[in-house]
Design a protein around this ligand. Structure first.
Ligand code: F6P
Length: 374
């Protein structure tokens, strides 16, 4: 029986999205004889009924292309910005799925996309998600596509920064993305030979970081490379954030909650802007000239790596198989060389942080890399 599949990409773009669309589409149409329709710009395009034809040659020549041919957005069905206000447009989104007679909606995205897809599932839409993000922070999958490409870009940046830091006898701090997890900073820091790696999972102590750099200096290394995750924070900010969170959990008082939320967002802003402060403070403490590089969206752009193309493609073709078996409400997770259908309930609301006993952390410590703690 012909099945009708809708597909969208949501959240921040990441290398490998087109490989995944192609993998789902080719297997669905060629192997199973299903029909495929794309929606533009994530859940917003589905709500606005903006579609893309994906039959014929539409899936040819996209494997190596960065970004997403469908476009993406961070808009959620439950909080759709319309006329300056956030509106719950879930019913219209569900109605459009019905209008297109979709048997299933494939949502390619990270943790937020899984949550939005789960919301639609609770309204009766069959959904399947595929885990993409350069952050590698989606729960219940070994890895997400996009991560490998971003890891290579961040590693390449560290390689390049080494020679200039070395020539000028400077501290160079590289900020990498990763949201609230440190996979990119830790992975690239190890593979790019950083001397200090700061990640959100380990709040850092400035005394420890500056002492590690001074120790290198005393032993004759007059430059240092610091890889810092955008979500990393000092011990002080961590303690303050924890205190606000604990108070928020305990209080029902509306005024008090408003005050606490404002304090939390103030602390989050300090945290997200802390790389420049960290660099200035390192310079002041060590008297070594210091510079900062914020890698930013470079990490998300361009041609996906071979590993990401392979991962996205095999998750995509497996997705088509699950559709043919009528298995919905799942994320197609990477498990070793294979895949696993993980119920969305297990994915939603969970984030894959780096466990403190993770082998990469041990490797970093064994190399003598400073992780900012004692
Ligand atoms: O989730 C991917 C990611 O690149 C994060 O690493 C980063 O925090 C965020 O997206 C940036 O989002 P935007 O592109 O909306 O600025």
């Amino acid at each position: 029986m012909t099945k009708y599949i809708g597909i969208l990409t949501a959240g921040g773009d990441s290398p490998g999205l087109n490989a995944a669309i192609r993998g789902v589409g080719k297997a669905a149409m060629n192997t199973h004889g299903f029909k495929l329709i794309g929606f533009r710009d994530g859940f917003r395009g589905l709500m606005e009924n903006r579609t893309v034809r994906l039959d014929g040659g539409a899936l040819s020549g996209i494997l190596t292309v960065g970004g997403t041919i469908l476009g993406t957005s961070r808009d959620k069905p439950t909080k759709m910005p319309i006329g300056g206000k956030n509106k719950d447009m879930t019913d219209l989104v569900v109605e459009n799925c019905r209008k297109h007679h979709l048997d299933v909606l494939v949502c390619i995205g990270g943790g937020g996309t899984a949550k939005n897809a789960y919301g639609l599932m609770q309204k009766g839409v069959n959904v399947i998600t595929l885990p993409k993000t350069i952050d590698n922070d989606v729960a219940c999958t070994d890895v997400t596509f996009g991560f490998d490409t971003a890891l290579s870009i961040a590693t390449d940046a560290l390689d390049r920064l080494h020679s200039t830091a070395h020539s000028h006898h400077r501290i160079i701090v590289l900020e990498v993305m990763g949201h609230n997890t440190g996979w990119l900073a830790l992975g690239s820091g190890i593979s790019g030979g950083a001397d200090v790696i700061l990640i959100p999972e380990i709040p850092y102590d400035m005394d420890v970081v500056s002492e590690a750099i001074m120790k290198r200096f005393r032993s004759g290394s007059r430059f240092s490379i610091v890889a810092v995750s955008e979500g990393a924070m000092s011990k002080e900010i961590f303690k303050q954030l924890q205190a606000v969170k604990t108070k928020l959990e305990k209080t029902e008082d509306k005024k008090e909650r408003k005050k606490l939320k404002a304090k939390r967002s103030e602390l989050e802003t300090i945290r997200s802007e802390s790389t420049h402060k960290l660099t200035r403070e390192l310079e002041a403490r060590t008297h070594l000239e210091s510079r900062v590089t914020i890698l930013g969206h470079l990490q998300r752009g361009g041609i996906p790596s071979a590993a990401d193309r392979l991962l996205a493609t095999r998750l995509g073709t497996a997705c088509a198989d699950f559709i043919s078996e009528g298995r919905y409400g799942i994320m197609v997770a990477a498990r070793g060389d294979g895949v696993e259908a993980v119920p969305l309930e297990k994915v939603v609301g969970n984030r894959k942080n780096i466990p403190l006993d993770h082998p990469w952390i041990k490797t970093a410590r064994d190399l003598g890399i400073c992780l900012g703690d004692k």
